[in-house]
Design a binder for this molecule. Structure first.
Ligand SMILES: Nc1nc2c(ncn2[C@@H]2O[C@H](COP(=O)(O)OP(=O)(O)OP(=O)(O)O)[C@@H](O)[C@H]2O)c(=O)[nH]1
Ligand SMILES: [Mg+2]
Length: 709
């Protein structure tokens, strides 16, 4: 069967932003205006549990009014198939943005017109940079009191460093927001009302001034500036086409089709970022946003193919997006629900049919393609085949996990992997009912498999099961989802910081393990050098033994032992990270040496060497942003300093003030309570992991005492 729709008519896009910017509200409008849905549900109307937006269907999402997991929906707009993934803005669920951006071709970045660029917008923007995803900015909530397009554009330019191309400017703001001027088409759109079915009137740009006068002088200034803004747009966009640019300068004329092509080219390469505005809640600007998605965001493959890598992650080639190549796909999400296991994949090349066999190249195992489904939020529709550019889910795959590459077994290839964030908070977890121990561990295993930003460990001292995640909300939601989705109830301990340990300096150390009194003895000696590595370099083992002084067959035992032992360091039992262990010498005994003897020797060598290295305790440092009324600025900053934090920036945002800085996570539990009482409930904050840092020498004991409580 040939392709039904040419690839050029597809758009795979993500909607990304800080929490509450209006992503889900916008997605809901997209479904309405594309005829996918006949009713709009508003996010704030779902807490009673009666209704739900299409993409926030999970119980935890409805109750909290926030998005927790990304959800995919498909819509048709002007002959194009638009696959949209609505992502969460809360920092704890950043993995969902990460994996979506990895497989999407473009993104709409939504801004709250009052708040402008917020911390999570910035984080998601950087992620999109990493994955080279072209973007459109949509300044939403122009109807809110205090909305400022100018402030938002300034943030886009200065904080995000984007070459913002103003394709629209708002006409009015807050309760006077009536529409927008379209600088590309050279017209204004004026809505008759806030109703979802309200129509807009199209008026020529030069008539707008005579038609509209607003209460706010800033809004009138935008109107006065329209001719200049239009000229700026033409010059910036047409500069991408020499002939068109020259014609514009010489004659003042241009071809509207060429203008759109230029904007498209600039957007796809990332040179330009079109900026639009609107109010999704008041039903203004969403159709125009859809037009821009079609006009400016790339079709699959337009922006290049997918990198292929070797086992070490080095790029070895590129697979172009085409049906006429061996099948290649990337699994970006695995969920277990009423349909069984669903493995979400993005197909990069080839055609995959029901009944085909694929190779999971990452794990070296074959997978059969049972059923293939197209997913629409929480609903699925069975299909027979998928092609390059598609996003689909395979049902009941056995061994495939997030980030794995699937390929035609005759033409295996590894695709560029995803990066997962580090979990920094941990809690102990126990079943509510003592008999549920096995049920709990299998449920936890399922949750962790579906979410690579969770990690499961067993505390070797206490035997407790420990769940690690991105933040308190992440862990709470995970435990709650186990209850609603898998029927297992669990109790959670107090949240704790995931500290780490590191070697303080390079140490060379020899350990001899000897037990040769009577009977069969044990003998092994190892000499190793432990070197601290760069942050993120991981644990590296290198075998540098010459002349068989440690026999070949025992070397894996040494490596295994060092890696296992690094899970529990000598400072306070935390994982030891980022070091190189070089096995340089050793001794063995013909009869008494064994793998076990070498394992013991390596373990002791590691322990003693770590102690000798002046080991360090590392703690997660969080990037913090607090927004509050200006009166409270001094109190908030004083408190940050008391929490061992540093302030990196402070200032005013509209009528409120903000502080940005870095604070150790260990000092931040219960911060919300402080902020509420210090700001009379009006302060808000966001916090996300930034990096690990040495705990100051004097603090180690104090912190560990606090942890032990
Ligand atoms: N005034 C106004 N409110 C809006 C607009 N868009 C969204 N909202 C409201 O803002 C709140 C958050 O909207 P959501 O759509 O849930 O935001 P989100 O970006 O999906 O949030 P997360 O998924 O939790 O990150 C809801 O109460 C919306 O009704 C808008 O254009 N104007
Ligand atoms: Mg949402």
């Amino acid at each position: 069967m040939a392709r039904k729709k040419p690839l050029t008519l597809y758009r795979n896009i993500g909607i990304i932003a800080h929490i509450d910017a209006g992503k889900t509200t916008t997605t809901e409008r997209i479904l309405y205006y594309t005829g996918r849905k006949h009713q709009i549900i508003d996010v704030h109307d779902t807490k009673d549990g009666k209704g739900s937006t299409t993409t926030d269907y999970m119980e935890q999402e409805r109750k909290r009014g926030i998005t927790i997991q990304s959800a995919a929906v498909t819509a048709e707009w002007k002959g194009h198939q638009i696959n949209v993934i609505d992502t969460p803005g809360h920092v704890d669920f950043t993995i969902e943005v990460n994996r979506s951006l990895r497989v999407l071709d473009g993104a709409v970045v939504v801004f709250d017109g009052v708040a402008g660029v917020e911390p999570q917008t910035e984080t998601n923007w950087r992620l999109a940079d990493q994955y080279k995803v072209p973007r459109i900015c949509y300044v939403n909530k122009m109807d809110r009191i205090g909305a400022s397009f100018a402030h938002c554009v300034k943030g886009i330019r200065e904080r995000l460093g984007a070459n913002a191309l103003l394709c629209q400017v708002p006409l009015g703001s807050s309760d006077e927001f009536v529409g927008m001027a379209d600088l590309v088409a050279g017209v204004g759109y004026l809505w008759a009302s806030d109703d979802k079915d309200s129509v807009w009137e199209t008026v020529p740009l030069d008539e707008i001034k005579a038609r509209l006068t607003f209460g706010a002088s800033a809004d009138n200034a935008w109107i006065a500036d329209l001719p200049k803004l239009r000229q700026d747009l033409l010059e910036t966009a047409l500069a991408l086409d020499d002939d068109a640019f020259e014609r514009l300068l010489n004659t003042g004329e241009f071809d509207p089709a060429v203008l759109k092509q230029c904007i498209r080219r600039g957007t796809v390469t990332g040179e330009l970022v079109p900026v639009l505005c609107g109010s999704s809640y008041k039903n203004k600007g969403v159709q125009q946003l859809l037009d821009a998605v079609v006009d400016y965001l790339p079709y699959p493959g337009e922006n290049g193919g997918i990198a292929m890598v070797d086992e070490d992650g080095h790029v070895v080639g590129e697979q172009v997006v085409t049906d006429d190549a061996p099948a290649r796909a990337l699994a970006f999400k695995v969920i277990n629900d009423q349909f069984g296991t669903l493995t979400f994949c993005r197909i990069y090349s080839g055609v995959i049919k029901k009944g085909d066999t694929l190779l999971n190249v990452t794990r070296g195992r074959k997978e059969r393609v049972g059923r293939i489904v197209e997913v629409q939020a929480d609903d699925t529709r069975e299909i027979d085949e998928v092609r390059a550019g598609d996003i689909c889910a395979f049902v009941s795959m056995k061994d495939t996990e997030t980030g794995d590459s699937l390929a035609d077994p005759a033409h295996p290839a590894l695709l560029e992997r995803m990066r997962f964030p580090d979990p920094v908070i941990s809690v102990s977890v126990e079943p509510k009912n003592r008999n549920d121990v096995d049920k709990l561990s299998s449920a936890l295993y399922k949750m962790v498999k579906a979410d690579p930003s969770l990690k499961l460990e067993v505390d070797q001292e206490t035997g407790q099961t420990v769940l690690k995640g991105m933040g308190e909300l992440h862990l709470e939601v995970t435990i709650d989802r186990m209850r609603t989705e898998l029927g297992v109830e669990a109790n959670m301990g107090k949240p704790r910081v995931s500290f780490r340990e590191a070697f303080g300096k390079t140490v060379e150390h020899t350990y001899t393990h000897k037990k040769q009194t009577g009977g069969s003895g044990q003998f092994a000696e190892v000499t190793m050098i432990f070197e601290p590595g760069e942050p993120g370099s991981g644990v590296v083992f290198s075998d540098e033994v010459v002349g068989g002084r440690v026999p070949r067959e025992y070397i894996p035992a040494v490596e295994h032992s060092v890696k296992a032992e690094s899970q529990e360091g000598q400072v306070a039992g935390y994982e030891v990270v980022d070091f190189k262990a070089r096995l340089i010498d050793g001794k063995y005994h013909d009869v008494d040496s064994s793998a076990l003897a070498f394992e013991i020797a390596a373990r002791q060598c590691f322990r003693e060497a770590q102690k000798l290295s002046k080991p360090k305790l590392l703690e997660p440092i969080m990037r913090l942003e607090v927004v509050m009324e200006a009166d409270y600025l001094g109190d908030v900053i004083g408190d940050i300093n008391r929490r061992r934090g540093t302030v990196s920036d402070q200032g005013h945002k509209g009528s409120s003030a903000f502080v940005q800085g870095f604070v150790p996570l260990a000092e931040m539990f219960g911060y919300i309570n402080f902020l509420r009482s210090a700001t009379r409930g009006r302060g808000t904050f966001t916090m996300e992991f930034d990096h690990y840092e040495d705990v100051p020498a004097g603090m180690v004991e104090k912190l560990m005492e606090k942890e032990a409580k």
